[in-house]
Design a protein around this ligand. Structure first.
Ligand code: NAD
Length: 292
């Protein structure tokens, strides 16, 4: 596979770290560990060059096997992994990243994220200080957080002077988290959308504004929602184990949503949080005991 075939028109976004990230990638949550090497090989073969994983998904080894087997240069595949919640305290983030590098069979990752803030446990600031060290050691090129709200982001920035390169949050038309997006714009941070299609739980793909745009452009509803993220400058990595959907989700560069179509989808937001399909970052895993 050549590099040009690879990128399939996917734009690159420049992060504060000075490194670039393909705006559209492939997520592997809930892909069975035993099936991950096959699925990720398929994703790489249809053109994805950005893979989002985490140790808690149990499938880092499969991601690493697929990248190694692809014959692609390591530099040409962007790999994100994350620090799980029970590893935030003391020097544990360092041990955890070494374990992830071993599982992935790579010498560095492109992006390392704190998976959840667990504000009541109170260890995310320590974790952030350790991620800064890990970046300075060259074990990860960029660093960021996930599921962090403006109050958490403020604390990290004020205490360390280092703003995360990205915050990966649940984001789709029904749950846009405009407060995090505004914080990102004000601080030069980029936002990544997890659950970009609403995880199939929220009836996004059947909604009227999405269906109308899909009909107008002769595309699928999923392609419309992916375009909406891209045109909003968001980074995303929808997941599918099916080859035809992998291809469909990547081929979204031949059409553009109009301002009216974007506005109609924007209007689906539920700022009261009722569109959320995942966990609430203010309380998720607050029972986790550090060092357990
Ligand atoms: P998603 O919104 O990408 O939804 C995935 C589901 O949508 C698939 O299981 C499939 O059923 C359906 N789908 C995919 N393509 C489709 C198509 N073309 N047409 C119709 N249906 C389609 O949800 P996700 O997997 O949760 O999110 C993407 C990635 O985000 C994950 O794989 C993971 O890497 C990351 N993630 C991160 C966090 C976090 O806390 N940081 C949480 C959840 C997910």
């Amino acid at each position: 596979m050549s590099k040009s075939e690879a990128t399939a028109g996917v734009p690159s976004i420049l992060l504060k770290s000075g490194h670039t990230i393909p705006q559209l990638g492939f997520g592997v949550w809930q892909i069975e560990p035993s099936d991950t090497a096959r699925v990720v090989s398929e994703a790489l073969s249809v053109g994805y060059r950005h893979i989002d994983t985490a140790p808690v998904y149990g499938n880092e080894p499969g991601v690493g096997q697929a990248v190694a087997a692809s014959g692609l240069d390591r530099e040409d595949v962007f790999i994100t992994t994350k620090l799980w919640n029970d590893q935030q305290s003391d020097d544990n983030p360092k041990t955890a990243l070494y374990r992830s590098l071993e599982a992935l069979s790579v010498e560095y990752v492109d992006l390392y994220l704190i998976h959840w803030p667990m504000p009541k446990v109170g260890t995310y600031l320590n974790a952030w200080e350790k991620l800064i060290e890990l970046r300075d050691m060259g074990l990860t090129r960029s660093i960021g957080v996930s599921n962090h709200l403006p109050s958490h982001l403020d604390r990290l920035a004020v205490e360390t002077g280092v703003v995360p390169d990205v915050d990966q949050i649940e984001l789709h038309p029904a749950h846009q988290q405009q407060d995090v997006q505004a914080w990102a714009s004000a601080h030069g941070m980029r936002v990544e959308s997890w659950g970009p299609l609403g995880q199939g739980k929220y009836p996004l793909l059947q909604s009227e504004p999405v269906r109308a745009a899909a009909e107008a452009h002769g595309t699928s509803s999923a392609q419309v929602v992916i375009r909406w993220h891209l045109q909003n400058g968001l980074i995303l990595f929808p997941k599918s184990s099916r080859r035809e959907r992998m291809i469909e989700n990547l081929h979204v560069f031949e059409f553009e949503l109009s301002a009216d179509e974007m506005a109609a989808i924007d209007a689906m937001d539920r700022p009261d949080g009722s569109g959320r399909v995942g966990s609430d970052p203010l309380v998720f895993n607050d029972g986790v005991v550090p060092d357990s």
